[in-house]
Design a protein around this ligand. Structure first.
Ligand code: SF4
Ligand code: SF4
Ligand code: FES
Length: 318
């Protein structure tokens, strides 16, 4: 069987747009051929200039991450046969939202900077001996957050990172969760305070892309949700992000609907600079009839109030 592999190339030594071009290769493959083995064959036999990272060839080192038919994937985990069956051909390029150095090799410094920012090691002021049953408990509580291979697929796919490169990002936040549930770490509160700041846990828009591209089922968005819960439980509920959650529930529970006039006021109360920046948006919403009257409740709002009262009784945190 033969497959067509179209590679999006970049040569930094050529001037301007001339450095970007496509290369089209045709390769023989069998059912077990991976994209990485095909690229290594092309490099060895057809085109020595083709540039990409790889090492373990076993989905362990995380270095062969690239964009394959529009999704971030480890080339050593991609079956050529499956891609050809699904798309008819294979489009390959560097992972999205990362500065390209050459062909599929991207600059990883922004990724490492985020990981470094969350203090990715146990910080302990005391020696805490750990027995085997505690160790088992920690493993269960980590929900695979320690399974990350630092491939950067999640950051590359992250919609918040696309618009705000200061966002800590899914991999770093998932790693932060791993240290928060480690009983040897004695900086629980400091870690939560740091993660709750701007560009931290509350900036995730829960698009789920990080979960869908992660090759190791780390599910970063779910770790971020756990971090949010830990943060609220620790009493860190006064940031705009935290108040978005708590006040959202409060407004719907009281008003019987989401009141887009009331919610931003409650969320940003005390954060005057942020509230001031929202004024032009508020005016636009008002002119387009998107701001409900503050004191008018919809018909049947009492039913929603009763529903929330029941939820509150059962969970104690709505
Ligand atoms: S769920 Fe959150 S962290 Fe994950 S990709 Fe979307 S915005 Fe980024
Ligand atoms: S969380 Fe998953 S996708 Fe993100 S860097 Fe780790 S292994 Fe890769
Ligand atoms: S070569 Fe190591 S993960 Fe693909």
């Amino acid at each position: 069987m033969r497959a067509q592999i179209i590679v999006q190339r970049f040569n930094p030594e050529a001037d301007g747009e001339g450095g970007k071009f496509l290369s089209d290769y045709s390769v023989d493959y069998s059912r077990g051929t991976t994209l990485l083995s095909a690229l290594l064959k092309i490099k060895a036999e057809n085109d020595g200039t083709l540039t990409f990272r790889s090492s373990c060839r076993a989905a362990i080192c995380g270095s062969c991450l690239m964009q394959v038919n529009g999704t971030q994937k480890l080339a050593c985990k991609v079956s050529l046969h499956d891609e050809v069956m699904r798309y008819g051909h294979i489009n390959v390029g560097p992972m999205a939202n990362m500065p390209v150095i050459k062909d599929m090799v991207v600059e990883m410094a922004p990724f490492w900077k985020k990981v470094k920012a969350i203090t990715p090691y146990v910080v302990s002021t005391e020696q805490t001996p750990i027995d085997s049953s505690t160790l088992k408990n920690i493993n269960e509580q980590m929900y695979n957050a320690d399974g990350c291979i630092m491939c950067s697929a999640c950051l590359s796919a992250c919609t918040t990172y696309q618009v705000s490169d200061h966002f800590l990002g899914p991999a770093a936040l998932a790693k932060a969760y791993r240290f928060l549930v480690d009983p040897r770490d004695t900086t629980h509160q400091e870690r939560l305070a740091f993660l709750g700041q701007e560009n931290g846990i509350w900036d995730c828009v829960r698009c789920n892309f990080c979960v869908s591209v992660c090759p190791k089922e780390v599910a970063p968005m779910e770790q971020i949700v756990r971090l949010r819960r830990l943060s609220l439980a620790a009493g860190l509920d006064q940031t705009v992000g935290a108040r978005h959650i708590t006040q959202f529930c409060k407004v719907v529970g009281q008003e019987g609907r989401l009141n887009e006039t009331l919610l931003p006021i409650l969320m940003m109360w005390g954060h005057w600079k942020k509230m001031f920046h929202m004024i032009p948006l508020g005016i636009k919403m008002f002119l387009r009839g998107k701001t409900p009257f503050l004191f008018k409740r919809p018909e049947g709002y009492k039913k929603v109030q009763r529903l929330f009262a029941t939820l509150r009784r059962h969970s104690g945190n709505v």
